[in-house]
Write a new protein. Structure first.
Ligand code: HMG
Ligand code: MG
Length: 286
């Protein structure tokens, strides 16, 4: 027990992408700037997806241009295709993510492609990112349960993880997108993925719909995972995952990790202020 556990802050992206109100760019910039003082190594704050699909993220270039970059912090962006990668490189994203799924139903709903098509699409994105000197992270959604196809087999997740790992992703983030996973299912999935990706290159990305995200983080810690994605204020959800509630709150993950004897390197006061700011953004959106 003990040691450093990293929280990957995804609030400005996964947290805000689902808000109905078009949040002004200046508010997003203010949130990222505050988060930049908290001690995070990575903050996901942009998504270069089709603005027709996710209008909320259309100003991602302006967000990256407007923030004050803190030394040592990597500012991350989602890039579903080459067009997204070009926009991310132009906006000087420090790292990008390609994002696939472990079920055909979710893959189709979220990125309008079968799993096989999506992998074909990702390969040139990963190659071009590497050529531009930009790190690539890989996400897999619906790693235990899919809102369209139901339960997802651990082997299916491992199969997709292996493909993304072979493409050169430096870390694979495993998404319980609709937050219905039970600890036993999460453990079985992690065990299967750990057969093909080193466990210290795996991250847990758990939405908190059923209130089990912290339990799922604990079981993941037992399996050796040491990186968890979270969003300040528990904001978020995926627009193409009906019923997906917020990401697990960064503040809650931090507090649980500290209670378990881990270090996060984060300033709790800043997290409290950022959580309040994020919740205010949501309240104004309501
Ligand atoms: P498509 O409609 O099949 O693609 O969408 P297309 O190539 O036919 O493009 C349609 C239009 O979008 C065209 O414009 C393109 O130019 C434009 P038009 O010619 O009609 O004027 N376009 C773009 N514009 C700007 N930037 C781009 C871009 N790409 C196309 N990059 C596509 C396919 C993948 C683009 C679409 O499905 C998409 O953008 N999907 C993203 C959905 C999304 O953002 N979901 C949420 C993020 S994933 C998530 O939250 C899960 C995660 O948190 C983990 C978890 O919790 O599980 C990561
Ligand atoms: Mg998510």
């Amino acid at each position: 027990m003990g040691g450093y556990v990293e929280i990957f802050e995804a609030g400005p992206r996964d947290g805000l992408q689902n808000e109905k109100r078009l949040i002004p760019t200046a508010e997003k910039v203010a949130l990222v700037d505050l988060l930049s003082t908290a001690g995070f190594r990575r903050i996901e704050c942009a998504s270069f997806v089709s603005p027709k699909w996710v209008p909320q993220m259309a100003d991602s270039g302006e967000v990256l241009a407007g923030i004050t970059r803190a030394p040592g912090v990597s500012y991350a962006a989602l890039t579903p295709n080459l067009k997204g990668l070009e926009r991310a490189v132009a906006a000087r994203a420090d790292e990008v993510s390609i994002f696939g799924a472990a079920s055909e139903g979710f893959s189709r709903a979220n990125i309008n492609a079968t799993i096989a098509e999506s992998l074909e699409r990702f390969r040139p994105v990963a190659d071009a990112a590497r050529a531009a000197g930009v790190l690539v992270r890989g996400y897999i959604s619906v790693v235990v349960d899919c809102p369209y196809d139901g339960a997802v087999a651990p082997d299916k997740v491992a199969w997709v993880a292996e493909r993304l790992w072979e493409m050169g992703c430096y870390e694979i983030s495993l998404g319980d997108t609709i937050g219905r996973g039970r600890p036993e299912a999460i453990a079985a999935m992690l065990k299967a993925v750990a057969e093909v990706v080193p466990v210290d290159k795996m991250a847990g990305h758990y939405h908190d719909t059923a209130g089990r995200a912290l339990e799922n983080i604990e079981v993941s810690l037992d399996c050796g995972v040491r990186v968890f994605d979270a969003a300040v204020g528990g904001l978020g959800g995926c627009p193409y995952a009906p019923g997906a509630a917020g990401n697990v709150a960064t503040e809650a993950v931090h507090d649980r990790l500290i209670a378990l004897g881990y270090e996060t390197g984060l300033d709790r006061d800043v997290l409290t202020r950022a959580g309040a700011m994020a919740r205010m953004m949501r309240k104004e959106a309501a």
